[in-house]
Design a binder for this molecule. Structure first.
Ligand SMILES: [Ca+2]
Ligand SMILES: [Ca+2]
Length: 229
């Protein structure tokens, strides 16, 4: 099982609200530095626990379940209890150098371009070892595609102060290629152009392995009629 290991080291936050000083360090390690999420408009795509490795030419399904280890940065002791009410989310940023990436969230039954925030992503809020898991079945209803990897960060608020992990990299591909909220023949048309045309354009490379071929056809087929609405 491929793991992303996020190590959050912080002092005086979340589980230790009585402590006055706040010093948070978020350290991130991961085995697959870039992975590919295959999202569908209704959120049933493969976001983290069934995503693709994104390895050039050899992309394969992987379980990128994420783990965070939370410790007191001064003592190293595990923080055994988190407070669910505290805001925390996962945030995606398109690179500012790549303004033409499309990553549209289905929000209120209509797709809108968005930096994506996933709230309440933790599977557990107490752990004797300070280890917490990010839900493998996180729903990310979206369409479009990223031509380059996005940065993804875990953000936790402490008394309205956001603390972000260092970024890791993800690529997003959806069978709703034209990000109109539904996978239909319009997307098949775009895919066909990519399939039969020159090169390997990202809108046709739905598994993110760098090639547009039969392996990508299944993503369109299985996603047909999937919708925001
Ligand atoms: Ca579409
Ligand atoms: Ca491909």
């Amino acid at each position: 099982m491929k793991k992303i290991l996020l190590t959050l080291c912080f002092f005086g936050m979340i589980a230790l609200p009585a402590m006055a000083q706040v010093s948070i360090h978020i350290d991130l390690e991961m085995e697959d530095f870039t992975f590919v999420m295959n999202n569908l408009p209704d959120g049933s795509g493969s976001t983290f626990d069934n995503c693709w490795s994104g390895n050039q030419g050899s992309s394969s399904l992987i379980d990128n379940t994420m783990k965070i280890t939370v410790t007191d940065s001064h003592t190293g002791a595990p923080i055994t209890q988190l407070i669910p009410e505290y805001s925390h989310y996962i945030e995606f940023h398109a690179s500012e150098q790549q303004p033409y990436d499309y990553f549209y969230m289905c929000d209120g039954n209509s797709p809108s371009i968005s930096r994506v925030w996933i709230y309440d992503f933790l599977e557990n809020y107490s752990s004797p070892t300070g280890e917490y898991y990010i839900k493998g079945d996180i729903s990310l209803p979206s369409g479009g595609f990223s031509t380059h990897a996005y940065t993804m960060q875990v953000v936790i608020f402490d008394n309205l102060l956001p603390h972000a992990s260092q970024p890791c990299w993800v690529t997003m591909r959806s069978a709703d290629i034209n990000h109109d909220g539904i996978v239909d023949m319009a997307d098949v048309g775009i895919f066909s152009q990519a399939f039969f045309g020159p090169g390997d354009p990202p809108e046709g490379d739905l598994n993110g392995d760098g090639a547009v071929n039969l392996a990508d056809v299944g993503h369109i087929q299985s996603g047909m009629n999937n919708s925001c609405y």
